[in-house]
Design a protein around this ligand. Structure first.
Ligand SMILES: [Zn+2]
Length: 401
């Protein structure tokens, strides 16, 4: 075993990690549940403080979204938690993960079930398991002799499951401050990790026509549902025109009483972009289509949204980080495979500000965002040991050189 491998004796044991995980997964931290988010934030503040660092609780600006009537809504989310350790050290690493989940309070209470080494429940892998691994890795690393040579920043953000609209400013502020970043999204069931991700963006078209009585003045009306349906087809036709990028017409909402010509319809589209060079082309195509549908007499069409997560390419720096992870993982009995995925996470956003990022250092798991979500409990300690060893290696000598 190489000298950078951190001894297993520095890590908490599986039983204690499992206890933390079960406690934290039982707290509802659905993005839009302020009470649960406050509880989870308080737990994390205590955990971060026990690493001997000062924790900053940063309140974020509210999330702004458009409802099906095209009206703006503002939602107050949980705080962003940030802690820094040894900011003067020459080498600096960023570590973090989101603490929100997709599960509302009704889905959280009493939902944990253990089958042998698998624990099933809301957020056990995505990302409460990742939080457990991250904190255990730092706890172990801080006991190593080399720790004093490496600075780190730790963050927990409250909005990844809705695309991190409010954490974006924080990610921007990370530019040029770190050698690399490690995020703790779950690894695949077989331990595979993401090396490349598509980009993603949500778009809303608000289509307005003119209402009229369906019997008396039908021909006076301008039917927004029909106009938006034609628009939906135009968007669907973009599939196949931009490499392997995809356009998912996800939701069309409009209309009311059957005796009225509808004057409002909203169309929601999710776009996945394969490579960064296509991003501006796709955005300008969508704007051009919106403009075309806005120009038809009697109609208005407004476009909202953008590609909020740019594609995450496998840059040479990301590959050298991946290879170093592989070299440390192999003697630990973990042999990661590297995969491409259409899924996005905060790794896309950190990559976009120029930080080499590996984002799937959490435990092995699956069934994410469903009631079958599970985590492999035997992967908790080994993943934490892998990360502690990687930090130890970078503390001794720059692993990207
Ligand atoms: Zn996640």
């Amino acid at each position: 075993m190489g000298p950078e491998l951190v001894s297993e004796s520095l890590l908490p044991d599986q039983a204690s990690l499992q206890r933390r995980l079960m406690e934290w997964a039982a707290i509802s931290s659905w993005t839009y549940d302020p009470t649960g988010m406050a509880r989870m934030a308080a737990v994390l503040e205590t955990e971060m403080a026990s690493l001997g660092v000062e924790v900053q609780r940063r309140e974020l600006a509210p999330e702004v979204s458009l409802d099906d009537q095209g009206r703006e809504h503002h939602a107050k989310l949980g705080p962003l938690l940030v802690a820094r350790c040894r900011p003067q050290a020459k080498r600096q690493v960023l570590l973090g993960i989101h603490y929100d989940t997709v599960y509302g309070p009704n889905l959280t209470a009493g939902a944990l079930v253990q089958h042998g080494e698998h624990l099933r429940g809301p957020g056990v892998a995505d990302a409460k398991g990742g939080i457990v691994v991250l904190l255990a890795a730092l706890e172990a690393f801080e006991q190593t002799a080399a720790a004093s040579d490496l600075g780190w920043e730790l963050f927990f953000n409250p909005d990844e499951e809705i695309g991190s609209p409010c954490s974006l400013e924080y990610f921007e502020s990370c530019r040029d401050r770190f050698d690399f970043a490690l995020l703790f999204e779950p690894a695949l069931a077989d331990g595979g990790m993401a090396i490349q991700r598509k980009g993603s963006g949500n778009f809303t078209f608000v289509v307005r026509g003119k209402s009229a009585h369906a019997g008396r003045d039908f021909h006076e009306g301008r039917n927004a549902v029909v106009h938006a349906s034609r628009l939906a087809e135009r968007i669907a036709d973009c599939n196949g025109q931009f490499g392997t990028s995809t356009f998912n017409v996800a939701r069309l909402v409009g209309g009311g009483p059957l005796n009225a010509v509808p004057d409002l319809c909203t169309l929601r589209v999710n776009v996945r972009v394969d490579v960064a060079s296509r991003q501006p082309l796709i955005e300008s195509r969508l704007r051009a289509i919106a403009h075309e549908f806005d120009s038809v007499a009697g109609f208005h069409c407004e476009l909202h949204g953008s590609i909020s997560s740019p594609p995450k390419p496998p840059t040479p720096q990301v590959w050298s980080l991946a290879k170093r992870i592989e070299a440390i993982a192999t003697p630990l009995g973990q042999e990661p495979t590297w995969i491409e995925t259409g899924g996005v996470c905060d790794g896309n956003k950190l990559a976009a500000v120029g930080i080499p990022t590996i984002d799937t250092l959490g435990p092995r798991g699956g069934g994410l965002h469903s009631e079958r979500e599970w985590v492999d409990l035997t992967s908790l300690v080994p993943r934490a040991r892998l990360v502690a060893s990687l930090l130890n290696a970078h503390a001794r000598a720059n692993i990207l050189e």
